[in-house]
Design a protein around this ligand. Structure first.
Ligand code: ATP
Ligand code: MG
Length: 425
């Protein structure tokens, strides 16, 4: 069956990404000879939904080796990223485009599908996960809809293609993709059959690789409809399977509401802390199971350490907080404490606290080791010890004690230290 004989009533002509120089060049390169290439998946779906498009994937009837040749013949770089599964990344105008040869999945087990390449567009559409991800578009923006998915776009409705239970069992990551997509599209009515298949297949989440889970989970946590979607996952017992600990769904919900009230962008790591981190062990476990980066791990560990902040904290307390945890840490501490309090996201006192933290400069401790050495302290551990003592004094003062006073105190400490040492000799 040719692509052009499938349903084609809609058009996305005028979509910005259709005129990106990279998109134009990839279409031109791949449509050489008698091959057909169509954009597929997220780009078409999101354009129809009026959502922004970040990247464009292609489907083509050309076999992967031919895709490599066609791209290179057009002067484009082609990388055989997943050539065994038919995927080549074509780089054009500094962007990577994933080009996948039409395929049917002969046998699927997670990401390791045994595939057969085909020229059948319906077979290619059918092996995809959700109907709304099986929409194609040509360079002019004419949409091809082999599975009649347009009705699902109109609702929008995230629905597995074919037998939901079987599709979940083929690749349990699809459970997370289901909740992530519903969260991104902010759908209110989840497809009953698809939801039920996800719930029935939830034990399969255990076998997924950390990276794959993390990729979906981070996007889910940061999505516009994250609260609704994660609440569903919680209600049906799916979150425990992913977090491997007790989820705090209400703290997460309050945190998300507070971020929204403050007009802040959703912060996936802060939200992950909110939903799953109570003590350091939670942070370490999540970082290990989700194979998080060191920066992400540190963020979660820090989340566990953040002290309780009171909404009526005075300036000294806030300066100490900012000094110890930095501006971002102090901000997170305020949000965490607010979310743990009974106060709603509309609370004015908490909002003021967050604004006060945002305005505070990061205090700088005015002394350095070199100052003490200049005063006669012997280089070595003693310097660090005195500095710590003076820093405590300075923190006690709410980070206001002047350099002059601290130097005077330092002089005293250096002297008594020296006397003690000489007395011992
Ligand atoms: P986004 O880029 O927003 O994640 P997308 O739909 O483009 O959306 P990709 O992960 O880029 O998602 O995948 C491209 C297409 O490949 C999807 O639209 C879908 O058709 C198919 N696909 C991706 N992952 C799976 C999967 N696990 N099972 C079946 N089909 C999949
Ligand atoms: Mg994509």
């Amino acid at each position: 069956m040719s692509a052009r004989s499938t349903n084609s009533s809609s058009s996305i002509a005028g979509a910005e990404w259709l005129s990106w120089p990279g998109t134009v060049r990839v279409f031109e390169a791949l449509c050489a000879g008698d091959h057909t290439a169509l954009a597929v998946g997220g780009a078409v779906r999101d354009t129809l939904l009026g959502r922004p498009v970040q990247d464009v994937d292609f489907a083509t009837d050309a076999p992967p080796e031919r895709v490599m040749e066609l791209a290179q013949a057009a002067g484009l770089k082609a990388i055989p990223t997943g050539i065994r599964h038919g995927t080549v990344t074509v780089v054009a105008d500094y962007r990577g485009f994933e080009v996948t040869t039409l395929r049917r999945d002969v046998e699927t087990f997670g990401r390791h599908a045994t595939v057969a390449f085909t020229e059948d567009w319906v077979a290619d559409a059918s092996r995809r996960d959700f109907s709304i991800n099986a929409l194609y578009a040509d360079a002019d923006g004419t949409v091809f809809d082999p599975l009649n998915a347009i009705a699902d776009i109109e609702k929008p409705h995230v629905r597995f293609i074919g037998d939901a239970l079987a599709r979940v069992a083929e690749d349990y990551l699809r459970i997370l993709r289901f909740f992530r997509l519903n969260a991104e599209l902010e759908t209110e009515d989840f497809d009953t059959e698809s939801l039920s298949a996800c719930v029935r297949g939830r034990a399969g989440l255990h076998g997924l690789s950390g990276e794959r889970v993390a990729g979906e989970l981070k996007r889910l946590l940061g999505a516009g409809g994250a609260v609704m979607s994660l609440r569903k996952m919680f209600d049906f017992g799916l979150l425990v399977e992913i977090l491997h600990g007790a989820p705090n769904i209400s703290r997460f919900e309050r945190l998300a509401a507070i971020e929204a009230a403050l007009d802040e962008e959703a912060d996936a790591m802060l939200r992950l802390g909110g939903i799953g981190v109570f003590v350091r062990e939670d942070a370490e476990r999540l970082a290990a199971t989700l194979r998080l980066s060191n920066v992400e791990r540190d963020r979660l560990v820090m989340f566990a350490r953040l002290p309780a902040v009171a909404e009526a904290s005075d300036e000294s307390e806030l300066r100490r907080l900012v000094f110890r945890f930095g501006k971002d840490g102090a901000h997170d501490a305020a949000l965490k404490s607010w979310a743990c309090s009974e106060k709603p996201a509309s609370n004015v006192a908490w909002r003021k606290l967050v604004q006060r933290i945002a305005r505070l400069p990061v205090p700088e401790f005015p002394l350095q080791g070199a100052d003490l050495v200049e005063l006669g302290a012997a280089e070595g551990p003693a310097v660090g010890k005195i500095l710590k003592q003076l820093e405590a004094q300075w923190l006690e003062s709410g980070c206001t004690e002047s350099r002059k006073n601290l130097l005077a105190a330092a002089k005293e400490l250096v002297l008594t230290g020296a006397e003690r040492t000489s007395g011992r000799q």
